[in-house]
Design a protein around this ligand. Sequence first.
Ligand code: SF4
Length: 279
Amino acid sequence: MDQPSVDSTDSETPPFEGELVPLPYLSADEAVEGREDPFVLVVQNALEFCRWTVAEAPGLQWIQAENLLGEPEVWATAARKGNGVALDVIVSDPATEYSAIYRLVDLRVVRDVRVTIPVLPGFLKALRLAASIQVPVRLLPGTITSGNIAELKEAADYFLHDPSVEVPVEFFHSLFGFARGLNAPDLWIVTESDPDIFESPLASGGPRFVERHMETLDADEAECVKCRWRDFCRGYFKHPDPSFPCDGIKSVFSVIGDAADEMGRDLAGFGDGESPEGV
Ligand code: SF4
């Protein structure tokens, strides 16, 4: 298909063409067919979805579909025809909506599809179902609580060790790359919340927001200064509350980091420590 995958999160190559200007996320009322400048379209109902999955708009990078998992007919329609534009399907409440992810099983054959799942109670069931039908996943950590640390660790273990997981599961995928010393995108990019790159509903704070946020945390000698995950996380969990305690999320990061370290040792045991596939 012509459109870039919504799973393209390499920090050196943002998932759109052109210069590093923030990628706008437009509503169906704001967007016009034929637009050539890059944009993401956010659709909120079946009418908007059906119109834009067949529309010609060269600049359309992907469609973010919200509040539509409960409408099976739109997924059946999109699986039969359309413009091939990639889809990012937003799961609002994973505990109640997870079974509806199965409706995407035919869709992924005709266009790139990703599901975005907030880390809320029950998210692991949604993650498992998406992975089982080979649909890439993006987890949105949001505000981590003590109640979902255990589920996140279980999800990390599933990502690392279940042989049925053959698709990227962000943010674990990029975190693993970072822990292996690769040039992985940071957490602000993975979550599309860096306002220098994305003009998305999750990006706020204006130019250089992430840099300014880190400068403030460093000046306050916050926990981030000596954190192993600093260059991947960049203070993500200290916003908006700089006093947020990170013990829990760092223990989740360590599940992935320990696996990356183990892989490094295993590869070193084979000789020069380099994976033939750059893993
Ligand atoms: S995990 Fe916490 S301490 Fe570490 S960089 Fe992120 S916000 Fe800072």
